[in-house]
Design a protein around this ligand. Structure first.
Ligand code: GCO
Ligand code: MG
Length: 402
């Protein structure tokens, strides 16, 4: 079997997605997600100009060898652009292998370790009352795990909360939106949010929250300690993880579980965090962390240290990534939870999929491969739209982490 084509499809059905389609001489095709929110065209060009020509004529079954060829062969290792491109190739090859075997991908990964995959949704409110109401709506929908984000009194904007109360959409057309941040206001307010959830809904649902890299380690330690009575499932990205050692400081002060890794792209980004058990959940994903092959490696390493998976699944990761992720989630022994924000209706039409959703749980389906395809004619009707993630500034104008 040989690869005869490799095409990059860029489409914007509600938001931008980059998809790699690999076709074999037997006419089997596989898809991989290559979307890097706000920097999409860099990965598209990396694939088109530097990777696709290398794939033609290769045996698609040699997944590990092709992975190593693209990783070691580039000389310039790691980084989100390179690793998202490698991920797209890897995911498409696993899709092909499973289709040729006539099996859903999870069977090739060792088979199902559970019946369904628990997913968490996003409850977002502009103020406390709205956030608590929306949390309740998600509980009523059957979600067993819900992330809550809320507008902070005295702050005009914050991560995860759109001004109009519409579904949260981080990438906006035009130049990056400038948001404002005050750690003092946030830390004064946010424990009341969790107190409100537990007072109104009790402890039956898993409660999650994303700090989005905004605190210093000691601020994160203070928050984690203060919110221990509300027993969060996790506190996400409390501080930037470039310096993995900073998590030691947080750990010294609190038993609130920590989840990190949506911006990671290799096992080396989380090696120390995992080895030293400085985190509880690793949030790396199929698309940004080198595909099924590399993410499996990360998860297996995490399993040795009692760290569970909690893959990023925001709507800027395409339905192709979601499909592939669900197979891995179903198969690995140390699965924790999968993020699932849902998708715009047009995106679900462009990407026909075999996965099923049922009251807060998902299943990848039984279609051979990862079960997600693309309707290329429909995709062509949604051309790329430049869009950027926001940036954040302190009161005095200093740029801070968004
Ligand atoms: C999450 C993430 C996202 C990211 C987004 C960036 O936990 O879902 O933090 O909201 O900000 O995916 O593109
Ligand atoms: Mg996050």
């Amino acid at each position: 079997m040989k690869i005869v084509r490799a095409d990059v499809i860029v489409t914007c059905p509600g938001r931008n997605f980059v998809t790699l389609k690999i076709v074999t001489d037997d006419g089997v095709h596989g898809l991989g997600d290559a979307t890097l929110n706000g920097r999409e065209l860099a990965v598209a060009a990396y694939l088109k100009d530097h990777v696709c020509p290398l794939l033609i004529g290769r045996d698609p079954h040699r997944i590990e060898d092709i992975w190593q060829y693209l990783y070691k062969g580039a000389y310039w290792r790691r980084g989100p652009v390179t690793m998202s491109a490698i991920a797209a190739v890897d995911t498409a090859l696993w899709d092909i292998k499973a289709k040729v075997a006539g099996l859903p991908l999870y069977q090739l990964l060792g088979g199902a370790s559970r019946e369904t995959v628990m997913v968490y949704s996003h409850a977002t409110g502009r103020d406390l009352a709205e956030a608590l109401d929306v949390y309740g709506q998600h509980v009523d929908l059957g979600y067993k795990a819900v992330r809550i984000q809320c507008g902070v009194p005295g702050m005009r904007s914050t991560y995860g909360v759109s001004k109009d109360g519409e579904a949260y959409e981080p990438a906006k057309a035009g130049l990056p939106e400038e948001q404002y941040w005050s750690t003092e206001k946030y830390l004064d307010f946010v424990p009341r949010l969790f107190e409100g959830v537990r007072a109104r809904y009790g402890f039956d649902t898993h409660l999650l929250h994303d700090c989005h890299h905004r605190l210093t380690p000691i601020e994160a330690a203070r928050l984690g300690k203060a919110i221990e009575p509300y027993r969060l499932y996790w506190m996400e990205d409390p501080t930037p993880a470039e310096n993995q050692q900073s998590f030691e400081l947080i750990r010294r002060h609190t038993v609130t579980p920590l989840a990190v890794g949506e911006v990671f792209n290799s096992i080396f980004d989380c090696k120390q965090l995992i080895e030293a058990q400085l985190i509880d959940y690793i949030r790396a994903t199929v698309v940004h962390a080198g595909g099924i092959t590399h993410l499996r490696r990360i998860f297996d390493f995490a399993a040795l240290h009692n760290v569970r998976s909690g893959s990023h699944g925001a709507s800027d990761l395409s339905p192709v990534c979601m499909g592939a992720a669900l197979h891995l989630d179903l198969a690995i022994p140390n699965f924790g939870v999968q993020e699932f924000m849902g998708y715009p209706a047009e995106a679900l039409e462009v990407f026909p999929h075999a996965w099923r959703f049922d009251r807060g749980t998902m299943h990848p389906g039984e279609a051979p491969g990862h079960g997600v395809d693309i309707d290329e004619k429909l995709a062509a009707r949604f051309p790329y739209r430049p869009a950027y993630l926001p940036v954040a500034r302190l009161d005095d104008g200093t740029l801070c982490n968004w």
